[in-house]
Ligand binder design. Structure first.
Ligand code: GLA
Length: 386
C-alpha cells in the first residue's frame, strides 16, 4: 500500500511537471504571433534613459491612446547596467534603483517590459554584457519580470560563433520558464534571418542602425525585398525601430516610413518621446488601418511587385482576401504611379480604399493611378469588386 501511494505521488508529480512545461512551451510558441509593437528608449534617449524616463513613457503610451491601438512593450535599451555582485549577478546602475519595482509599475498598466544585453563582455556603450553570465542574467531578467530581451552583438563581434552565442542565451531564456520575446540584434551579419528562429529568436535585425534620415530609412526599408520568406507568425525580420516624431524627416517621409514598415510586417517599435509627441506624430503612429496591415494574422511580409527607377509598387496579401498596396515615390517631385490589378491577382473590377485619407475611392477597372508626392506614398487596400 505504502509503495502504491509512493508510486502514485511520483506519477502525479511527473504529470504536473509535464503539464507545467507544456503550458510554458505553449505560451512560448504564442509569443510574437504578430509583429511586436511598443516603445524603445534608444533612438530618442540613448544613454539618458532612467527609471523616471521609462515610467513617464509608460504613462504616456496609455494616455496618448497608443496602448489601445496595440503598442504594449516598453523596452529599456542600452545603459541601464551597473556592476556585478560578488556572485556574478548583474545589478542596475543608479539611474534604475529598483528594476523589479519598475517592471511591476509597467505591468500595473497592463503593459509589458523589456531589457537589453549583449553576448559579448561589453554592450555597444561599454556597459557589462552577458558573456559568461548568460544563465544568471536570464534568471535575473525573469526574476525582475521582464517580458522581452534585445540581445545586441556589440563586443562579441569577432569573438566566436555568433549562432552558438545567440543559442546559448535563447536556451537560457527558455530554461527560466518565463515567456520572453527574444530579439536578436546582429545587424543581419551571417544572414541572421536564416538561423534566427532556430536559436529561439522571435525577431532579428536585418541591417545596420536606422537614423532619423530619409535616405537611411529608405535604404533599410526598401532593402528588405527578398527576405519575405523568413518572416511569419512568431519570427520576424526587423529593419530597426521607428524614427517617426524625432524631427529629421518630412511628413511624407515619415508616412513612407510607417507605410513601408506595415507592408513589411515589421515590428512597430517607436523611438520618439511619447510624452512630448505632437498631434501629427500621434496620428502617424496610431492610424488603425495601417496598423491592421502590419498586424494582419496571416503574417505575410510584403514585397516589391514593380519598380521603374525611383517608383516602386509593393504589395502584402491580407487574411480577408484583400491586398495592401503601397505606391512609393523615392524620387524628386510628385509623380504618377499605377497599380495593375492583375499584378496582385485581381480581375478587372476592384474596389480601392486610401488608408491615409481613410476614404473609399470607389470601383476601378484594370488599374488605379495616383499622383504620389516626392519621397511620399499612397497606401491602398484593394479588393475584388462585385
Ligand atoms: C546598437 C544597436 C542599437 C542600440 C545601440 C545601443 O547600435 O543596433 O539599436 O541598441 O547599440 O548601444
Amino acid at each position: 500500500m505504502k509503495i502504491a501511494s509512493y508510486c502514485f505521488c511520483i506519477l502525479l508529480s511527473v504529470l504536473i511537471l509535464l503539464s507545467w512545461s507544456g503550458i510554458a512551451w505553449a505560451q512560448d510558441s504564442m509569443l510574437a504571433r504578430t509583429p511586436p509593437m511598443g516603445w524603445n528608449s534608444w533612438n530618442h534617449f540613448a544613454c539618458e534613459v532612467s527609471d523616471a524616463v521609462v515610467r513617464a513613457q509608460a504613462d504616456a503610451i496609455v494616455t496618448s491612446g497608443m496602448k489601445s491601438v496595440g503598442y504594449t512593450y516598453i523596452l529599456i535599451d542600452d545603459c541601464w547596467q551597473g556592476t556585478r555582485d560578488a556572485d556574478g549577478y548583474i545589478r542596475p546602475n543608479a539611474k534604475f534603483p529598483d528594476m523589479k519595482a519598475l517592471a511591476d509599475y509597467v505591468h500595473s498598466k497592463a503593459l509589458k517590459i523589456g531589457i537589453y544585453s549583449s553576448p559579448g563582455p561589453k554592450t555597444c556603450e561599454g556597459y557589462p554584457g552577458s558573456y559568461g553570465h548568460e544563465e544568471q542574467d536570464a534568471q535575473t531578467y525573469a526574476g525582475w519580470g521582464m517580458d522581452y530581451l534585445k540581445y545586441d552583438l556589440c563586443s562579441y563581434d569577432g569573438m566566436g560563433d555568433q549562432l552558438a552565442a545567440y543559442k546559448k542565451m535563447g536556451d537560457a531564456l527558455k530554461k527560466t520558464g518565463r515567456p520572453m520575446i527574444y530579439a536578436l540584434c546582429q545587424y543581419g551579419m551571417q544572414k541572421g534571418w536564416q538561423w534566427g528562429a532556430s536559436v529561439g529568436g522571435n525577431l532579428w535585425r536585418t541591417d545596420d542602425d536606422i537614423r532619423d534620415d530619409y535616405y537611411v530609412m529608405a535604404e533599410l526599408g526598401f532593402g528588405q525585398n527578398g527576405l519575405e520568406q523568413f518572416a511569419g507568425p512568431g519570427h520576424w525580420n526587423d529593419p530597426d525601430m521607428l524614427e517617426i516624431g524625432n524631427g529629421g524627416m518630412t511628413i511624407d517621409e515619415y508616412r513612407t516610413h510607417m507605410s513601408l514598415w506595415c507592408i513589411l510586417a515589421a515590428p512597430l517599435i517607436t523611438g520618439n518621446s511619447l510624452v512630448t509627441m505632437d498631434a501629427e506624430t500621434r496620428a502617424l503612429l496610431t492610424n488603425t488601418e495601417l496598423i491592421a496591415i502590419d498586424q494582419d494574422p496571416l503574417g505575410i511580409q510584403g514585397h516589391r511587385i514593380k519598380q521603374e527607377g525611383p517608383l516602386e509598387v509593393w504589395a502584402k496579401p491580407l487574411k480577408d482576401g484583400s491586398t495592401a498596396v503601397g505606391l512609393f515615390n523615392r524620387g524628386w517631385g510628385a509623380m504618377p504611379l499605377t497599380v495593375d490589378f492583375r499584378d496582385i491577382g485581381l480581375g478587372t473590377s476592384s474596389l480601392v480604399r486610401d488608408l491615409w485619407a481613410k476614404k473609399d475611392l470607389g470601383s476601378f477597372q484594370g488599374k488605379y493611378t495616383a499622383i504620389v508626392a516626392q519621397h511620399g506614398v499612397v497606401m491602398l487596400q484593394i479588393k475584388k469588386g462585385i
